[in-house]
Design a protein around this ligand. Structure first.
Ligand code: ADP
Ligand code: ZN
Length: 616
């Protein structure tokens, strides 16, 4: 088959311009179709490499490729990244000053511009489409395309008028790209944008680079601090449900020597922006945030995401955890949850006025809990939620890695339930745990509950253990916490089945004494050119890697860009291991294209030579 446009084959551009050795799944087929002038609909997971699907054809095809994107905060980064690879790119949005805008217009008018990012509201301006035509618009990519659909979770009215594009530009390829499309949203996008017999790609939602871990929450601050400390220097996000907890967690981390800053809607814009910028440019490793944080963050080398509280749905959880490991390197996520989280969520859900909405929120929460409490492979459960089958035994979650075991806790569960029955289901978990553990408190004595047959039957297990059982009973729907009656645990129908011996009860326990392994940022590197063989960095290579990282950080600061714009970690690891001395050798390293070689080759090879001289 012949190319409809002239120019070098995509694969050579992939290396020479973008510095990549190989396409990620689906990129090649998408690019081939676009090159042939066909429309494309692509649902690829976050980090799947959607940008390349329009950037690469933009480089080869004549004329201008217009990228519609609602994420103004990201445009500058995307433009910077494209420019760093030597692609003439610019953006138009409401957040620019006149001189910046003039530069962009100049480049557009001169016909040099290959890639223009534009906010949807800019297209509403009179004559906007005509100007695009004047500038030689020859392809349109609609990013975050789910925003056009009311069935999506981020509907934006601005997107509606995009349906005009097809009429204005009948003959050019149009691409719709998204990370979150159900079948219904997909159909909607195709119809709304008028895609003509598009090439449809739906990639799997699996994120094999992410290690999933879930734990019951006891001392959240301590657990979060330990986790982060064990991964010192790595970039991560800690999500907390409330502003107060965000502040508290960030302060606690700082007290323990971790550079962490808060991010939430209650902070002045200026501070929030600064904190985000510091995180993005690696000046601080950790940001603690409410879920307000994320839409504008596109940092590819986030190594961990912690949820300090139960998210409200698996969709939210998937999206938030998906912000880690976008560069394809290992990442870890940790979810901490407690029955207290469930109660708080229920409280908010019950306040929802619309019964349908209330119902949907309740279902989402239940699914989230099933995931948190599962003893099946977490990846399997998560993917099943997105209608994707996974065989399980993934090796990349706490369950498959054998960090936890399932134990029969039927007898203990019954002890707790019977303590509740014998006190007329009027008390909360802490009080009931005191009873089974045989703790004599004033109240227990006053009420004579120290004479109950269940008093002290569980003295051999810790308080933490029993509170865990109580949480688990609640999450499993065996008891229900009555917020209106002092959080009293009320036994449900299922709880009765359990109490009367008709079902049993299992709980998850961390396997004792086993130290958790750290999965983030294992310093692997692909050993050049062919194959995907991976080796681990060690010894002096590791010191060289750290040296190159420091160099990258200094340079990034100098040019006022995030470090990953210079090279991703992957490239630095290859440089440290392969130690190139010539441009040709350096081009063999993943992430090095001609433009980057020209810009940074001497500097980094110089640092390598210097390091080797010091070694001798
Ligand atoms: P998405 O928009 O789908 O979330 P991006 O386009 O931001 O993903 O790409 C995620 C990361 O993967 C970026 O750092 C990008 O440079 C990198 N990437 C894209 N394609 C490739 C490839 N073929 N090989 C290696 N890295 C790639
Ligand atoms: Zn698994």
């Amino acid at each position: 088959m012949s190319n409809l446009t002239e120019g070098p084959p995509p694969r050579s551009i992939l290396k020479s311009v973008f510095g990549f050795e190989d396409f990620r799944p689906h990129q090649e087929s998408i690019i081939t179709e676009v090159m042939a002038g066909r429309d494309v609909f692509a649902a690829l997971p976050t980090g799947g490499g959607k940008s390349l699907c329009y950037q690469l054809p933009a480089v080869i095809r004549p004329g201008l490729t217009v990228v519609v994107s609602p994420l103004i905060a990201l445009m500058k980064d995307q433009v910077d990244a494209a420019k760093a690879a030597g692609v003439e790119a610019g953006c138009l949005n409401s957040a620019m000053d006149p001189s910046e805008r003039r530069k962009v217009f100049n480049s557009l008018n001169s016909g040099r511009m290959k890639l223009l990012y534009i906010a949807p509201e800019r297209l509403a301006i009179d004559g906007a489409y005509e100007r695009l035509a004047d500038w030689g618009c020859n392809a349109v990519a609609v990013d975050e395309a789910h925003c056009i659909s009311e069935w999506g979770h981020e509907f934006r009215p601005d997107y509606r008028q995009l349906s005009r594009i097809r009429n204005v530009f009948p003959g050019i390829p149009m691409m719709a790209l998204t990370a979150t499309a159900t079948q219904r949203v997909q159909d909607d996008i195709i119809t709304q944008l008028g895609l003509d017999n598009p090439h449809v790609v739906r990639a799997g939602f699996d994120r094999p680079e992410i290690f999933y871990r879930v734990e019951p929450k006891r001392d959240a601050l301590r657990r979060i601090t330990d986790f982060v400390t064990a991964r010192k220097g790595r970039s991560g996000i800690v999500y907390r449900a409330t502003r107060a907890d965000v502040e508290k967690t960030a302060a606690h981390l700082r007290d323990r020597g971790i550079d962490a800053l808060p991010y939430h809607a209650g902070l002045p814009d200026e501070i929030r922006r600064k904190n985000q910028e510091k995180f993005k440019t690696d000046r601080i490793p950790v940001i603690v945030a409410t879920v307000a944080f994320g839409m504008g963050i596109d940092k590819p080398d986030i190594r961990f995401v912690i949820h300090g509280d139960l998210p409200k749905s698996l969709e939210a959880y998937y999206q938030e955890t998906g912000r880690s490991g976008r560069d394809g390197d290992d990442a870890e996520v940790l979810l901490l949850w407690s029955a207290g989280d469930i109660a708080k969520s229920m409280f908010h859900i019950n306040k929802l006025e619309d019964p349908g909405e209330r119902n949907r929120a309740g279902v989402s929460l239940r699914k989230m809990l099933l995931y948190a409490r599962t003893f099946a492979c977490r990846r399997k459960v998560l993917l099943a939620h997105f209608d994707e089958e996974h065989p399980g035994s993934c090796g990349g979650c706490d369950i498959c890695a054998g960090e936890v075991e399932s134990v029969d806790a039927t007898e203990d569960a019954r002890k707790l339930l019977s303590a509740s029955v014998r006190t007329e289901q009027r008390y909360g978990s802490h009080y009931l745990v005191d009873i089974v553990r045989g703790t004599v408190t004033e109240k227990i004595k006053d009420r004579g509950h120290d004479n109950l047959p269940t008093f002290g039957v569980g003295a051999d297990e810790s308080r933490k253990y029993w509170l865990g059982i109580a949480d688990d009973l609640e999450a499993g729907g065996f008891v229900f916490r009555d917020e209106e009656r002092f959080k009293a645990l009320t036994i449900t129908g299922e709880g009765k089945e359990l109490l009367f011996g008709r079902t049993d009860f299992r709980t998850i326990r961390r396997v004792g004494g086993r130290k958790e392994s750290i999965h983030a940022g294992t310093l692997k590197f692909a050993s050049g050119g062919s194959g995907s063989e991976e080796k681990e960095l060690s010894g002096t290579d590791l010191s060289l890697f750290e040296k190159l990282r420091a160099l990258r950080f200094r340079k990034a600061k100098e040019i006022g860009k995030p470090p990953y714009v210079i090279f991703p970690d992957r490239t630095l690891r290859a440089l440290a291991a392969l130690r190139p001395h010539t441009g040709e050798e350096m081009l063999d390293c993943p992430g090095v294209g001609e433009k980057k070689l020209a810009n940074w080759g001497e500097l980094f090879m110089g640092a390598i030579r210097e390091f080797e001289n010091d070694e001798n």
